[in-house]
Design a protein around this ligand. Structure first.
Ligand SMILES: Nc1ncnc2c1ncn2[C@@H]1O[C@H](COP(=O)(O)OP(=O)(O)O)[C@@H](O)[C@H]1O
Ligand SMILES: [Mg+2]
Length: 305
């Protein structure tokens, strides 16, 4: 509980959990709203077809890759079969899971631009049970230009994923920091979008353009697409500033903002160096628990099976 939330509960004469809309946890969450409890998800009796989610923000360094890896790993812990798609030529997702993608001859790039490959041959397992990855490397940077002349150039990733979607419960796409053709492909292939936002100055800068892009894709290419949620990352509850930013995001997006926020901690860069999800690298750390809570929140909202 933050100092503010304990203040709120001690200063108040009413039991928070008796107020309408406040769940038995009786806590105020970091987003300034009562924090609901998110139940442990039920085991799935059968698997697939996958719900596909793009992790998207054209700003770099906001926690897209970190959130893709760790949300994916947390969903996998809950028994979901998860495929992570590296859709950034930097290949950070692949490397963060211990895949030396720069040495690979065949990556997602080949699936996009060449005929005759099978996605199954490109997918790699990871050290996390139930968690697979479709790796990328710098080759992918050429795809954007190569796809421009293709028929249905926005639907190429959707076609690639169709061949494996039945084998997974969730597919998370780690988008590159741009709103170019690769990102449009990711949005066209997806059911949902999660937007990670750094809880810092200018967090909202560029978000209007991102939402506009999502709406264009909804109108023209993929009417089923919805915004699953806005995720505040690198949150520092000790600073008024971080709290103000998150609250202004809630003022703007309301219920679309996840109750779960991800705190800033050096454990994340450490886990990246170890090429492991934080849920495995520091399983008992609060940051690992945050991504588990995010997984539970996503499932309880219907964003994942
Ligand atoms: N919650 C966090 N606390 C501290 N560092 C973080 C956190 N989330 C991500 N990072 C670090 O910030 C950098 C950018 O994160 P990353 O997930 O790669 O962002 P993006 O994919 O949006 O560019 C990485 O070095 C990562 O380890
Ligand atoms: Mg990234």
């Amino acid at each position: 509980m933050t100092s503010e939330s304990s203040q709120k509960s001690t200063n108040s004469n009413v039991r928070l959990d008796r107020l309408p809309g406040i769940d038995a946890t009786g806590q105020w969450g970091p987003t300034g709203r009562p924090l609901p409890g998110f139940p442990t998800p039920r085991p799935l009796e059968s698997h697939g077809p996958a719900r596909i989610i793009s992790m998207c923000n054209q700003k770099g360094g906001v926690g897209k890759t970190t959130s893709t890896i760790n949300l994916g790993a947390a969903l996998a812990e809950y028994g979901r079969r998860v495929l992570l798609v590296d859709f950034d030529p930097q290949g950070a997702l692949s490397v963060g899971l211990g895949v030396r993608s720069q040495d690979l001859d065949v990556t997602i790039y080949n699936l996009l631009v060449e005929r005759g490959h099978d996605a199954h041959d490109v997918i790699q397992t990871t050290r996390v049970h139930n968690l697979d990855v479709l790796p990328a490397n710098i080759d992918l940077s050429a795809a954007e230009v190569q796809l421009v002349g293709e028929v249905a150039r926005e639907m190429v990733l959707a076609r690639v994923l169709r061949s494996v979607a039945d084998e997974y419960d969730v597919i998370l796409i780690d988008c590159q920091p741009s709103l170019g053709l690769l990102t449009v492909n990711a949005l066209t292939a997806s059911h949902g979008v999660v937007i990670p936002l750094e809880a810092e100055f200018f967090a909202m800068r560029g978000v209007a353009l991102l939402v506009e892009t999502i709406e264009k894709v909804q109108d023209r290419l993929n009417p089923r697409l919805e915004i699953d949620g806005i995720l505040a990352t690198m949150y520092d509850g000790r600073t008024l500033h971080s709290r103000d930013v998150v609250r202004s995001v809630v003022d703007h997006f309301g219920d679309k903002v996840f109750h779960t926020v991800i705190s800033r901690t050096v454990k994340f860069p450490d886990a990246t160096l170890a090429a492991e999800p934080i849920t495995q690298y520091a399983s008992g750390h609060g940051a690992a628990e945050s991504y588990r809570q995010l997984a539970r929140e996503l499932i309880s909202r219907g964003g994942a099976p």
